[in-house]
Design a protein around this ligand. Structure first.
Ligand code: ASP
Length: 340
């Protein structure tokens, strides 16, 4: 277990320290000392989630088991944007999206799932026990119940209830970037329709050097009923190629989908870019597509390559990602970003 928490708050210093004097921008990387095992995840909620994953990794467990156990911590917590305590859609119903991918291109995904506490485990069950990759809505819930997942009451958490009532006053869809970093996950966000978002995406490399990833969310708060974002989509919210690396996304899902974001980051690493440079190139692609509208959204990527180097990049200021590795440190690293 990590014994020490180290928080790095400067937007550039953290990554510079981790790079140990080397530029992570380098197009082709020198061999790096192995950091195995390693787990990284999005936002400050990733700190607690990483500890859940570390319990598995530190005992020599598989990255796949680690990324499931890790994000279950967040699904269990009261959070605006992950699990059954999350904000509902505009009809007042919480719908959950999740996906998981291992080191062998096995993947599972669940979307628009209602009343099931751990969508990430349902996604894994789909991967392991069905011939399919993705189940959605009612069928996904039927599958989950048949697999023994309890059906929870259809009920909003007190925080989500409050947020929904506030939202109903205007019913406006007005995403606010980095609402995650208000420092109070239990607040409803600015009155008048702010859409809190705070997906947890996690990437791990185990002691064998194998990579896996997971992603789980209640999606954009007060979304249209039936709306899916990037988070349950393999290739958008998450992608793993064990020979190259793994990547995951958080932020405005529609714009991650537009560029098949996580797959793009992995392909850029295949071409020799460092994890951070690959994330940056994907963010730049989105910025170019969006033009002036890029200022209205937040999009962020995290990535790990097969050598165990990690990095991140965001469109706007405010994104952080949590890292836990064998040096017994928990770090929260402020990501660099494109728009100043
Ligand atoms: N990517 C998620 C979605 O679009 C939301 C988020 O990460 O903030 O549903």
């Amino acid at each position: 277990m990590p014994t020490r928490r180290k928080f790095i708050t400067s937007s550039t210093t953290g990554l510079a320290l981790l790079a140990a004097g080397r530029s992570l921008e380098a197009a082709s990387l020198p061999p790096a000392p192995a950091k195995k095992p390693l787990v990284i995840s999005t936002w400050d909620t990733g700190l607690a989630a990483n500890l859940g994953a570390w319990k598995v990794l530190s005992k020599g467990g598989r990255a796949l088991d680690a990324v499931e156990a890790g994000v279950m911590v967040t699904e269990d917590s009261q959070n605006c944007c992950v699990g059954l305590g999350g904000n509902p859609d505009r009809e007042g119903i919480v719908t959950l999206d999740a996906c998981i991918m291992d080191d062998q291109f096995n993947c599972g995904s669940v979307a628009a799932l209602e009343r099931i506490k751990h969508p990430i485990s349902v996604a894994r069950r789909i991967m392991e026990r069905t011939p399919h990759v993705m189940l959605v809505g009612e069928g996904a819930q039927q599958f989950a119940v048949a697999q023994g997942f309890p059906l929870e009451p259809q009920k909003l958490s007190p925080d989500a209830e409050k947020a929904y009532r506030e939202w109903l006053k205007t019913s406006e869809y007005k995403p606010v970037v980095n609402i995650e970093n208000t420092g109070n996950k239990k607040t409803v966000g600015p009155v008048g329709g702010a859409n809190n978002h705070d997906t947890i995406a996690m990437l791990a490399q185990d002691g064998q050097g194998n990579l896996s990833g997971s992603c789980t969310t209640s999606g954009m708060g007060f979304k249209m009923r039936g709306r899916l974002g990037d988070s349950p989509l393999i290739g958008s919210g998450l992608f793993v190629d064990n020979a190259v690396g793994a990547a995951a996304a958080t932020g405005q899902g529609e714009d991650v989908i537009r560029i098949a974001g996580s797959h793009t980051v992995v392909e850029l690493m295949r071409q020799g870019l460092s994890p951070k440079a690959a994330c940056k190139a994907a963010v730049e692609r989105i910025a170019k597509i969006k033009g002036a509208k890029a200022r209205d959204i937040q999009v962020c990527f995290i990535a790990v390559n097969a050598q165990g180097q990690h990095g991140a990049y965001a469109l706007q200021k405010g994104f952080s990602y949590a890292v836990c590795d064998q040096t017994n440190q928990q770090q929260l690293i402020q990501s660099e970003y494109l728009l100043s």
